[in-house]
Design a protein around this ligand. Structure first.
Ligand code: HEM
Length: 399
């Protein structure tokens, strides 16, 4: 990561950094950088690409996420204020956004998710048992990415043999840095490929509907009208984005955390009732989603004089590791009682899949430690994380 703590100058009276959030770096470097910058500044200007604002004041981040009238979701990519693509419901503002959320809410409600638990557990167990006897594995490739992607394919009713092609698209759309993809051409090509794939899936279901989320979405109506093919594509692409990378990243951080904190690992193995708190704490401490919004009017936030049409980045890690909000904010604390973190966001766009994600994470941690209770990080690795959403790139464990 190219940022130094010394600002390179000022922009409208606010410190300016060449902060490139898309760049990868050593493991946890983004989190440490946010801690350092937010201790010194409530906001700054990033000079990357066309430039954007970054709020580094915990309460202000949450307020902005809740104020959708001022901070619109028409663009949610700080580098790209005028995107050539649409993701539904992520890039809609209320009232249209609320109509989609009402329809989607049923599919992702706590009850709907709880009904999937046996299937989710079975997939986790099968995936772990493929390599548990091998004495070691790259756990991102063998488990963290495979397990939730298999669940996603089942949820959407897609063929299990498409797993590897999905994992490739996730990389092109979500993992490339600004340097690797300066004009976002590779990202757009990936999005178009996913959209074409879903176009085919939608066409097949028009011939013969199946019992899955995609087929059900095709029967929904908004304002008395069936959903257009364009909007169905935009929904599928968003489901892909939102559902495919996030749980893998969290499973990766969970295994990294327990590998580097053997005392806490022993504690959850001895008393699995500690697992839900550990999952919440890992989500909080290793928060990796960095929403962005487009200002609809001139507004000052975190000391930044934002102009209408400019992009504002709202890093959740700053709020979740805010020393004003949590004691020892960067520590996973298995006795912590406060569970008000915003790793799933805040306001109207708060994660639709949070119940599913929590269930997958709890099942992953439980079933892993039932079979592989004792493990360590294999020697000789430089542990690196991705930019955009901060996930550990590769992690070889031994047991
Ligand atoms: C640990 C895993 C996950 C984390 C940390 C996470 C986090 C988030 C966050 C922070 C947002 C809000 C983004 C914003 O405000 O711009 C969001 C939105 C969303 N998430 Fe998740 N997510 C996770 C898993 C999932 C899963 C498994 C699904 C579905 C299969 C999902 C579906 C969605 C959808 C559809 C939205 C858009 C909601 C809207 O715009 O109204 N997420 N997620």
């Amino acid at each position: 990561m190219s940022t130094t703590l010394e600002p390179e100058g000022t922009y409208d009276g606010v410190p300016s950094f060449s902060y490139d959030n898309t760049a990868g770096g050593p493991v946890l470097s983004h989190h440490r950088r946010w801690d350092e910058i937010s201790a010194a500044h409530s906001g700054f200007r990033s000079s990357t690409a066309r430039g954007f604002w970054v709020v580094t004041d915990g309460p202000a981040i949450q307020e902005a996420l809740q104020d959708w009238e001022t901070f619109s979701s028409k663009s949610v990519t700080a580098l790209d204020p005028d995107p050539k693509f649409l993701w539904i419901p992520e890039m809609l503002d209320p009232p249209l956004h609320s109509k989609w959320r009402r329809l989607l809410g049923r599919e992702f409600s706590p009850n709907a998710v709880a009904r999937r638990e046996p299937e989710i557990r079975q997939v986790a167990v099968e995936t772990i048992e493929r390599f548990a006897g091998h004495g070691g594995a790259d756990v991102l490739d063998e488990f963290a990415r495979r397990f939730p992607t298999k669940i996603f394919l089942r949820l959407m009713g897609l063929p299990p043999e498409d797993l590897d092609v999905f994992l490739g698209w996730v990389h092109e759309i979500l993992h490339l840095s600004y340097e690797q993809d300066p004009d976002r051409g590779r990202q757009l090509a990936g999005i178009n490929a996913v959209s074409a794939y879903f176009g085919e899936q939608i066409a097949r279901r028009r011939e013969a509907p199946t019992d899955d989320l995609l087929s059900r979405a095709m029967t929904w109506q908004i304002d008395g009208e069936p959903i257009s093919d364009r909007d169905l594509h935009a929904f599928c692409v968003l489901m892909f984005q939102a559902g495919l990378d996030t749980v893998p990243i969290s499973v990766g951080w969970s295994l990294y955390h327990f590998a580097t904190h053997p005392g806490q690992r022993a504690a959850i193995v001895a008393d699995p009732s500690l697992i839900p708190v550990s999952v919440e704490e890992i989500l909080r401490v290793y928060s990796f989603v960095i929403p962005a919004r487009k200002a609809t009017k001139d507004i000052e936030i975190g000391g930044c004089p934002v102009k209408s049409g400019e992009m504002v980045m709202l890093p959740l890690a700053v709020s979740n590791r805010d020393p004003g909000r949590y004691e020892n904010p960067s520590e996973v604390d298995l006795t912590r009682r406060t569970s008000n973190h915003i790793a799933f966001g805040s306001g109207p766009h708060r994660c639709l899949g949070s119940h599913l994600a929590r269930l997958e994470l709890n099942v992953a941690v439980e079933e892993w430690h039932r079979r592989i209770p004792d493990y360590r990080i294999a020697a000789g690795q430089e542990l690196e994380e991705t930019g955009n959403m901060y996930g550990i790139k590769s992690l070889r464990l031994e047991w």
